[in-house]
Design a protein around this ligand. Sequence first.
Ligand SMILES: *Cc1c(COP(=O)(O)O)cnc(C)c1O
Length: 442
Amino acid sequence: MNVLRELPKIDRLLLNERFTGLNHSFLTPIIKKKVEELRGLVLEKKIAKIDTNSLIEEIYKEYEELLSPSLIPLINATGVIIHTNLGRSAISQVLFENIKKLLSGYTNLEYDEKKGCRGERYIHIQKQLKTLLGVEDALVVNNNASAVFLILNTFAYAKESVVSRGELVEIGGSFRVPDVMARSGTKLVEVGTTNKTKLNDYKNAINEESAMLMKVHKSNFSIEGFNEEVEMSELSKLACEHGLIDYYDLGSGYYGNLPYNLSKNEPSLQEILKHNPSLVSFSGDKLLGGVQAGIIVGKKELIKKLKQNQLLRMLRVDKITLALLEETIRAYIKDELHLIPTHFLLNRSMDELTKVAKRLQKKIANSSIIESKTYVGGGTLPNRSIPTIALKIKGNAKILEENFRKNGVIGRIENDSFLLDLRALLPEFENDLIKYSKKVLG
Ligand SMILES: *Cc1c(COP(=O)(O)O)cnc(C)c1O
């Protein structure tokens, strides 16, 4: 057991000159952990000699790693625009610039500067949303999952909510409609079948316990063939006849038009809101292309009740979200859609992408230009591919994928080839892509 005696003492290690200038209270637990690990290895007779220098280097490395930022930039060369793992919708630098000064100081977040008294947090974004969507009122919460939860909890707690069996979906990231409904305190009443639900199915389920008729967008899943679902407008009418609330969890939700024929069978927000549903909620950072948020729009008296629910305090959004969302909505109102990255990328023509590809191909070794297909992503528009252009890199696809990934470029493999898909590449990252490609490919 002589080796154990060679284990360096913690306070001696702390004084090592390699650690000069480092924060001791942050360093000490790392040293303790590393020395303990070493003691374990000695006791298990896995090592016979203590190498203090490499111990010091290991400790130093861990300290550096812990201090380096955890969130790092990545280049999205997967082709998927709303990539959930890569942070869903990107936020434009121009919009960020617009609010930088605002957010680094104090604001009227909850202050009425005209009256000199407390103001309302939700007033800010509300005006813009009402203008854009022509709704009676609007409310923004942390994300769409919170919106669903808040709405069900407010209006259907201990009462029944009727949903089609074909819409009891799992969105990913463990958002399962039936589970969220149960948690909110409502009683789920399933109607219809997996592939077909008719208006009569909802009608037959209504009784004195009913509070809500809910429609859920299928999002990342689609039913082909023999199927039928009830339009939101019909559901709204039925709910109105029985004095119930109709609510559409729209999931994504987009404003205006989608290119590449994507609008087919996928009504826009304007089209859905035309029929005056009681409540609709959707995500701020899916097809809308803003920031993480849940946007609730609909009848004024219902939104007033949502604001009275204590839960809203837990689900409320910060000024950063409000400011970024307001900028996004303003870009829609001013028709400056190029300032919304998701919109910009989705609407890029094949000609433009080809131009980008030609520029990059000259600078990236062993690459050739190919046409391919990709998806919008973010649990929207499944089975609806859009055209794209990619650089195909010669070589072992698996090794290339790993090497690019370790240099911050996430590409994809198709037919055993490694591709840098250009559909989701933001123009301001083109030079970085060249730089990292040179690093990987030499
Ligand atoms: C994405 C989605 C949600 C969850 O929205 P988040 O913004 O991720 O919280 C809820 N419902 C549907 C139908 C969705 O598509």
